[in-house]
Ligand binder design. Structure first.
Ligand code: F6P
Length: 538
């Protein structure tokens, strides 16, 4: 099916929604009064995840038209195309199959969607081999059997990577700290700012340190420079020649060729397929640091949780489909109520990197303005995503949520039962989350002479509860947001899987950093800044 010409604004549902948006705003509290079934009908459960989206600026009619919008779009065909391995990343002519990484179990229904029989067999074989290698290596490191060049057991693992080669593994290791191997310390280096790597390495013993260089392309400037700094560090500390060939270095990449050219030992290269996008790669060999930290069994659980969410996304009716619901609500706010940003507030300290992770997932995927047929969009696409943990955010930016002038829908996320906390703290944490969602919606009026005490209320939020922060539930949570982003991209008819917008800056940096900066085509302001820096440092 050719859906490249689809334009959401031409659907009947879009036109209805436009009319609804012109009416008086929905009063959420009044909706609860007039519609006793609202909470039950606007809640969805998927295994140990519960989404309550009843505190949104929608009524039954709006919800119905949002569902109609999804029905009138090519979402179903696009979703099948993704799961079956069609090249839906058209600008790079690639399939998008991160879902295949979590569906290798023989009886998993999503297996049926992995392309034709031949491709399916080849992909399943590759995924299986990569998964086995990841398990073998991570088990060996955790068992203390992976030795450094002086014969000592690894105590510290430093993952060098950036973007998707950093954020997913870092988030997962932190979120699943409950399962972490106590005698292994995980470190993550992403920034090219030398202060980061030099400070981290400065605290470590080279004899017991292992570097995982994670890069899909193995061409990323920041990652290769950091890896070279690590090589120098090993060579200086241990008197090694060509430290990159030693057991202190493992490469994780979709380009064995480039990792080899960098000098990494062939035995120490973990591959993954180029149909795994960088920001969708934590499920692949890029997840090695996760498996090292939490063990390959728990890594498999994480994949199983994501696979369960894939099944839900594929099979649940649209009006009871969690990713679809989150996506449609986001579209209602962005395209009809003109919200420009979306806040994600996890009430769970171990999820404090979730907003940062979701920034790449959402903004690199849907920060686009060209439709699949090359035409410019004439509607908003991906929102500005931001957030931080509660309760910290309450003492920082919640003022603006409660009394500011912007419409900012919020996702509250909480874990019902937290083994790492204690009942007293956890009760206070959850009580605060419930209070904030409620306060944003109910507001409170104030005496006429105290307008500054007035809370307008009627501010929308979703609440997502998970029973416990297990590897499985964590996997489901991440897959939920992946599919939300997919649905939105599909309805906006943009390519959620490329990232051409980041290329120009890379090219210009290469020119500025080239042999002769004076030949770099710099605008007047940049040239003046360069000249100023040159006086001091560059
Ligand atoms: O420049 C953006 C980007 O390509 C991201 O999409 C990606 O996650 C990151 O850079 C790192 O890329 P790589 O894994 O190839 O080093």
């Amino acid at each position: 099916m050719d859906y490249t010409h689809f334009c959401p604004t031409k659907t009947a549902a879009w036109q209805h929604l436009k009319e609804f948006a012109k009416r008086d705003p929905i009063n959420i509290q009044r909706q609860f009064k007039t519609d006793p079934g609202r909470v039950a009908d606007l809640s969805i459960t998927c295994d140990e995840l519960l989404l309550d989206f009843s505190k949104n600026l929608i009524d039954r009619d709006i919800w119905q038209q949002l569902i109609a919008l999804a029905e009138q779009s090519p979402l179903a065909a696009h979703r099948s195309a993704m799961f079956s391995g069609e090249s839906i990343n058209t600008s790079e002519d690639r399939a998008v199959l991160h879902t295949a990484l979590r569906s290798v179990a023989e009886n998993n229904p999503t297996n049926e969607h992995l392309g034709n029989a031949l491709e399916r067999a080849q992909r399943a074989t590759d995924v299986h081999r990569q998964r086995q290698q990841l398990a073998r290596i991570s088990d060996k490191i955790r068992a203390g059997e992976w030795l450094g060049s002086t014969g000592k057991t690894v105590t510290d693992v430093v993952n060098i990577g950036i973007g998707g080669s950093d954020l997913g593994p870092k988030l997962a290791c932190q979120a699943l700290a409950e399962y972490a191997q106590p005698n292994l310390n995980m470190h993550f280096i992403a920034n090219v700012d030398g202060a980061e790597i030099l400070t981290t390495l400065g605290q470590l013993n080279a004899e017991t340190t292992l570097i995982t260089v994670a890069s899909k392309t193995f061409t990323t400037q920041e990652t290769l420079l950091n890896a070279n700094t690590a090589i120098d560090w090993f060579e200086n500390r241990l008197g090694l020649a060509n430290a990159q060939t030693s057991s202190h270095f493992i490469a994780i990449t979709a380009s064995r060729h480039n990792a080899r050219a960098f000098g990494i030992d062939d035995q120490h290269i973990l591959e993954f397929s180029d149909w795994v996008g960088g920001r969708y790669s934590l499920w692949s060999s890029i997840g090695l640091s996760i498996a090292i930290s939490i063990g390959s069994h728990n890594f498999d659980q994480m994949l199983a949780g994501a696979a369960a969410m894939d099944d839900h996304f594929l099979t649940a009716p649209l009006n009871a489909n969690m990713p679809v619901a989150l996506a449609l609500l986001g579209i209602w706010y962005s395209n009809f109520l003109h919200a420009q940003s979306h806040a994600v507030i996890p009430y769970c300290e171990r999820l404090n990197l979730l907003p940062t992770y979701l920034q790449q997932l959402d903004m690199e995927s849907n920060g686009k303005s060209t439709r699949l047929n090359g035409q410019p969009v004439d509607y908003s696409t991906g929102p500005i995503l931001w957030g931080q943990t509660g309760t910290n955010g309450q003492h920082a930016f919640f003022q603006l949520l409660h009394q500011g002038t912007h419409c900012i829908p919020v996702d509250f996320i909480a874990v019902a039962d937290d083994a790492l906390s204690n009942p007293t703290h956890h009760r206070v944490l959850l009580g605060n989350m419930l209070a904030q969602g409620s306060a944003l919606m109910t507001g409170q009026s104030a005496a006429a002479d105290q307008p500054h005490r007035h809370y307008p209320g009627n501010k929308p939020s979703n609440t997502l509860l998970m029973d416990r922060l297990t590897a499985k539930n964590f996997g489901a949570l991440i897959a939920l947001y992946e599919h939300k982003v997919f649905v939105q991209g599909s309805l906006w008819n943009i390519n959620s899987f490329d990232q051409w917008g980041v290329e120009l800056g890379k090219k210009m940096a290469a020119e500025i950093l080239g042999d002769d900066a004076s030949k770099a085509p710099m605008d007047a302001s940049t040239a003046a800044l360069y000249a100023h820096l040159q006086k001091i440092t560059i």
